[in-house]
Design a protein around this ligand. Structure first.
Ligand SMILES: [Zn+2]
Length: 392
């Protein structure tokens, strides 16, 4: 593997040399004099962790701009699910490649995906050398044969690369029964895999859940069947009560906030005050490109901060520093990857940011500039697992 020496790069406002050996940050020091295969001049660059996109349907880039400006269930039933049913394996592969290219250009080194034709997603990830966790996705109406085949695939999954893992992903409580949720949670536990689902995305979902399950909220319902724990990753969680927050805190679940998708589909506003009160684990995701319509985690950070400030009428509610951690360190933590920070011994995932870019000037507060001012043009280099995937 490559050895890369980055000279005099700004790390938390201080200029340092950083040695990447194999796939880890081997040494960080004020000066490193070692002969290496590759030296990067880090002057006028800052080093930060890349983004970890914790909720995506990558291949939905195929549906970018296809159906806009309508509510979630109409959007799903009348447009998205019909069009998705026509997609073949090659469509999924090409859509995922397109998504990964966009993610790399916007600074993302990892995505947690949930979609169909998982083998094609894995093939695309292998070819692009990005990190990913591919959710093996279940919808009950697709039939018992598919469920059995997917569980068999999970039980016999062999790692082809340290960059790729799989997770068990029942789509939602309105597409998978109680018995299927319980069975899939067992499969995840037996195989030591993460368990992810969509939850509490809309008010309609909460009301339908209460009607169907003895007045239990979606969080209470999943807790009552024993599938919430610290391996559970819940996309959206827009509509949660104080009692839900207590449960999510006790179980140690990760909540994935998708502000752009929630705003575009008018699903509601993520309850940042409650999440902060209970110190819940939160990371950020873009959701699919059909409800965003891009995969930029920089935009996602800005929208998360602005949405919280606007909705709860409190400009101090969510700072740039907090939302930056949601997009970086917390994402890596949610899937148990030893990355998301620039520290010796951690996996060598990083971005080099062009401090001379007009969007980054003046540099009163670097993180503020990254969250509120930057776009993808400020990213000069993306390194994932010690490999340079982007260098402009
Ligand atoms: Zn989603």
């Amino acid at each position: 593997m490559n050895t890369i020496l980055i000279k005099q790069v700004s790390l938390n406002g201080k200029n340092v040399d950083i040695l990447i050996k194999d796939n880890i940050f081997k040494l960080i020091s004020s000066k490193i004099d070692i002969k290496t295969e590759r030296i990067i001049d880090g002057r006028n660059l800052a080093i930060i962790p890349p983004f970890y996109n914790m909720h995506s349907h990558a291949a939905m880039t195929q549906l970018r701009g296809f159906a806009d400006d309508m509510p979630l269930f109409k959007w799903l039933n009348d447009y998205i699910w019909i069009e998705e049913s026509k997609m073949n394996e090659e469509d999924i592969y090409i859509g995922t490649i397109l998504a990964i290219k966009e993610m790399i250009h916007s600074g993302t080194a990892f995505f947690l995906d949930m979609y169909w034709f998982d083998r094609q997603i894995i093939r695309a990830v292998e070819n692009m050398k990005i990190r990913a966790n591919v959710g093996i996705t279940f919808i009950e109406s697709r039939g018992e044969k598919e469920i059995v085949e997917k569980i068999d695939f999970i039980n016999n999954f062999k790692h082809t690369s340290s960059l790729i893992n799989i997770s068990v992903a029942p789509h939602a409580i309105y597409t998978c029964s109680k018995d299927l949720f319980i069975e899939l949670h067992k499969v995840a536990k037996q195989n030591n895999l993460k368990f992810q689902t969509h939850l509490a995305e809309t008010i309609q979902e909460v009301e339908d859940c209460k009607k169907a399950h003895n007045n239990l909220s979606p969080v209470e319902y999943l807790d009552s069947i024993g599938v919430l724990d610290n391996n559970t990753i819940l996309a959206h969680c827009v509509h949660i009560s104080e009692k839900d927050a207590e449960i999510l805190s006790e179980r140690g679940c990760f909540l994935i906030h998708n502000p752009c998708s929630n705003m575009k589909l008018s699903s509601g506003c993520f309850n940042t005050p409650l999440v902060k009160k209970y110190n819940l684990n939160v990371a950020l995701g873009t959701d699919g490109a059909s409800s965003n319509n891009n995969l930029s985690m920089i935009e996602e950070m800005k929208f998360a901060a602005l949405l919280a400030k606007h909705h709860f009428k409190d400009p101090a509610l969510l700072s740039a520093e907090e939302v930056f951690l949601w997009a970086t360190k917390n994402g890596a933590k949610a899937v148990g990857i030893n990355a998301g920070e620039i520290k010796e011994g951690m996996l060598a995932d990083c971005l080099l940011i062009d401090l001379n870019n007009p969007l980054m000037q003046p540099n009163h507060n670097f993180i503020s500039n990254m969250v509120y001012s930057a776009d993808g043009s400020v990213i000069k280099t993306l390194i994932c697992n010690g490999e340079i995937l982007l260098n402009k």
